[in-house]
Design a protein around this ligand. Structure first.
Ligand SMILES: C[S@@+](CC[C@H](N)C(=O)[O-])C[C@H]1O[C@@H](n2cnc3c(N)ncnc32)[C@H](O)[C@@H]1O
Length: 201
């Protein structure tokens, strides 16, 4: 992905409802926080209570933009070049994890969720804002257009049932609500938002 372009377009989006959702998702997180696929670092300024944020981002063009955002971040930030499917951290080393528009793009979603589960402490939370598979005709079009979307938008899948996958990975999804992604078009309008809690080992 082109980090400069992502940053430029995202800056406008962040002033809208997306930015407000992002802030309310992460501002209350405390302790050691892991953000997977941190992109260019749009979440960093919102970690008001975290004692430490580890921002994992495998795309160099995206990660290169993160240092510019660290100065405005209230918590200390460490940037790590890694993929969510293979996190270079010990078991049970984080209090919370964050994924904003990332679980649509990871290569192996089940493996990424297993890794997030592994590195979270008991009762740790996975905080999500993701676009997901819709219903009826929307889902049919998502299936049809998925190959094109993946090809042109960094492996982003239109049709993943991410809430079900999070539940299968050993999380309580009672506080993950189905929502509409603000300002989006039909194929990426269905979303999930909220907190999943690690429940099993
Ligand atoms: C749409 S961007 C979202 C970036 C950021 N989370 C945000 O909200 O602005 C998707 C991000 O997921 C990252 N990504 C893709 N596959 C990944 C993987 N396997 N592990 C971790 N991050 C991944 C991409 O490099 C990209 O930065």
């Amino acid at each position: 992905m082109n980090g400069r372009l992502y940053d430029l377009l995202g800056r406008f989006e962040e002033r809208s409802e997306i930015g407000r959702r992002r802030r309310s998702l992460v501002a209350r997180l405390e302790g050691d926080v892991l953000e997977i696929g941190a992109g260019t670092g749009f979440s960093l300024k919102h970690y008001l209570k975290a004692s430490r944020v580890v921002a994992v981002e495998p795309d160099r063009s995206m990660a290169a933009r993160i240092p510019g955002k660290i100065a405005g971040a209230p918590a200390p930030v460490e940037v790590v070049d890694a993929e969510a499917e293979s996190l270079p951290f010990p078991n049970e080393s984080f209090d919370a994890a964050v994924s904003v528009f990332v679980l649509c793009s990871v290569t192996d979603q089940a493996q990424a969720l297993a890794e997030i589960h592994r590195v979270l402490r008991p009762c740790g939370t996975l905080n999500l804002l993701e676009h997901v598979r819709g219903h009826g005709r929307v889902a049919a079009w998502q299936d049809r257009l998925n190959p094109l979307q993946r090809r042109f938008f960094g492996n982003c899948h239109l049709n993943r049932d991410t809430k079900a996958a999070v539940a299968r990975a050993g999380f309580d999804v009672g506080e993950v609500e189905e929502t509409r992604i603000p300002g989006s078009y039909a194929l990426v309008r269905d979303g999930i938002y909220g907190r999943a809690t690690r429940i099993s080992s």
